[in-house]
Design a protein around this ligand. Sequence first.
Ligand code: DGJ
Length: 749
Amino acid sequence: MKLQTLLFSMLVALPVAAQTIPIRTDHTDLILKVAPNHRLYQVYLGERLLDVGEYDHLDWDVYAASDASVSQRGWEVCNTGGSEEFYEPALGITHTDGSQTTYLYYRGHETKAVDGGTETVIRLADDQYPVQVTLHYVAYPREDVIKVWSEILHHEKAVKRAGSIAADGCIALQAIHSTILYFRRPSYYLTEFSSDWAREAQMSSQQLQFGKKVVDTKLGSRAAMHAHPFFEIGLGQEVRETQGEVLMGTIAWSGNWRYTAEVDNAGALRILPGLNPNASAYRLRPGETFRTPEFIFTLSRNGTGQGSRNLQSWARRYQLRDGMGPRMSLLNNWENTYFNFDQEKLTRLMKEAKTLGVDMFLLDDGWFGNGGHARNGDSAGLGDWDVNRSKLPGGIPALCDAADGAGVKFGIWIEPEMVNPRSDLFEAHPDWAIRLPNREYYTYRNQLVLDMSNPAVQEYVYGVVARILTDGHDSSGQRDINGDARVAYFKWDCNSPITNAYSPYLGDRQSNLYIDHIRGVYNVMRRVRENFPDTPMMLCSGGGARCDYEALKYFTEFWCSDDTDPVERLYIQWGFSQFFPAKAMCAHVTDWNRQAPVKFRTDVASMCKLGFDLGLRHLSADDLAYCQQAVANWKRLQPVILDGEQYRLVSPYDGNHMAVNYVSQDRRHAVLFAYDIHPRYKEPLQNVRLQGLDADRNYQVEEINLMPGQASSLKGNGQVYSGDYLMKIGLEAFTQNGLQSRVIEIKGL
Ligand code: DGJ
C-alpha cells in the first residue's frame, strides 16, 4: 500500500465528530456536513434558520428518497464521476492510469473574513490518487449573495505506457463545475435568457420536469449569441417579481459555459453551473492548480425584484470595476459616420458633444489601418493599430487636442483580440490566429480570433492597448489640462466567435484551447486594469454578448445591444437588469425606430448609462433643447439612477407599458420612468404604484424631461404625497398614446 493511501485509511478509520460547515448570509443558510463516511454533503439550502442549534437536526440523507436504492446517497457537495452517484457529476477526472473514478474525502476547513463577507475554504482529497479539491464559498451577508468556486490540484505520476495520453503526467478534467446545488421543492420553473445579435436577454420560462435542461454556449470567445450565462429558478412556483422563492445565479466566464438543471427520480433539483465540456477535456499538469469560474448566486424569498437588487448592489460593491464611481455620458460616432470620417468631421462631432452637454466623445471603428489594409469597411485592417494617416494625419494626439479644444474628453474603440486576414498583422503572423493548419479557414464578420492561449499574442495585445492609451500624449506629458489621461475612455469590442478551433501554439493540448484562450484574454484585461486603473472601459461584443460577471471585474460598463430601437430596448434592458446594475448598462439614443419621438428614445436610454449616437444636425431645435435638458437631468440624477435601488414595477412582457423606479440609498429621492408602448384603444389604465420609498416621508412629485414649451399633463404634478400613498395608490403615469414616456422626479421633503 502506498504511504499516502495508508495514512489516509488510518485517518478514515478515526471517529469523526460530525462536522457542520455553515455558509450564512443575513437571510440564507447553506449548511454542509461531513458524514461518518468522511464525505461532504449539502444538508440544507434555504431561508436562514433562527437557531443554529437546530443544525443538529439536519442529516446528510435527510432529503433522500425513501427508496432504499437512493436513500443513503445524500447530496454530495462535490459529487464525482465514477462514484455511486448516478447523476451528472460536478467533477469528472480521468487519472493518468486511465481510471475515471474519484472519491473525495473531507480533510479540513477554515474560515476567514474577506472584504464584505466571510470566506469558507474546504479541503477535500481522494484516498487513492494524489488529487486535492478545494472548495471556496464567500458569503456576503448584507447582499445575501454567495460566490463559489473550486480549485483542483494533483501530483499524479506520468504513465510511460506506449500510446498513453498521460505520458506528460496530465490528468484530464472531463466535467468541471463551479459547484452543485440541490433543492427539494414541489415544483421548479426556469427562466432563461436567450440571445441573438440585436436580440439580447430575451426572457422565457418553463417548468422543469424529470430529466435535464442544459443551456450552454460554444462560441469560444464570447459568452453569448444564443444564451446568456445567467438564470432564475422559481422554487415551488413560477418566477415572480415581488414574491416567491427564487434562485438567481450567474457563471462568471466569458467563454464556453454550461449550466444543467436536473430533476432526479426523487423529485430533487440539482443545479450544476460550470464550464462547457465540449471539446474541452482539460489536461492538467501535475502541480498546476485549475480554478473553476466563479458562480455567484442569491436566494430571494421576495421574488426577482429583491434578488436583482441583491445582485446589483453586490456587483457595484465587489465585482464591477469602479462600481461605486460615477459614469460619463458620451456621444459616439458609429451610427452617425460608420467608417466614413476625417479629422474635420470628428472635430465637428466633438463640438456637438459639447453642445449636447455630454462628458465625452467616443471614436468608434475605422480610425486605423493604412495602405491596402485601410479600415474603410469591416473586411480589412483589423490588427493594424496604427492611425490611418489619410483620415487622421495628426493621429491620436491631434484628436485629443481637438477634444480638449471642444471641452470634452476623448475615448476610442478597439477590437484587439481579432484580426482580419487582410491585415499586416495576419501577413506577418499567420500562426497567431486560431485556425486549422490543414483546412480552409472561414470567418465571422471577416475576422479570425487571435490565439490568446499564446503568451506572445497576449503580449502583443497588451502592447497595443497600452500604446493607444498613452498615444494621446503630447510634449506636455500624459495628462490634459485638467490633469486627466488624454485617452480618457476605451470601448473594447469582440465580434467573432472562435471559428476553425485549432491553436497553432498548443500543439497536442488542443482540448485546453477554449479554456486557455479565455484565461489569456483575462491575463491581458487584468494587466490593463492594473496599469490603467483610472481609465473607464466599455465592453462590447457585437452588442451585448460579453455581459458576464467575470468581465465586470475589468470593465466599468458594457454595451447591451446594437439594437437601440427604444421599444426593443425596454425588453433588453428589463432582461439585463435582472442581473446587472443600471450603472453597468450602456444605452444610447440613436436613429433606430424614428417613429419613436426623440424624447421616448432618450427617456429609455436615461434608465441606464446614457449616451448618444446620432448627428445633432438632424435634430429639430426643440429636440436638441429637450436632449440638452435630459442630459443635464441625467447627470444630476446619477446618484439615484445609477447608485440607487431599482424597482421594476410593470413588465413589458405583461402588456403595453413598462415602468421602473429608482430610489436613492437614503430613500429621500426617487425617479419613476413610465413608458406607453402600444396601448389598445380605450385600454383601462392602471396606476403605477411605486416601491422602495419611505412610507412615512412626504415627497413632491414633478414630471421632468418635458419637451420645450410643453406643460405636464400628469395628474397631481407638483403635489406632495406620502411615500405610503405613492406605494399603495400610485400615480396615473401611463397614457393611451403610443410611444409616449414620462420621467417623474420624486423629491423627499
Ligand atoms: C460592433 C459593435 O457592437 C458596434 O457598436 C460597433 O462598435 C461595431 N462593432 C464597430 O465595428
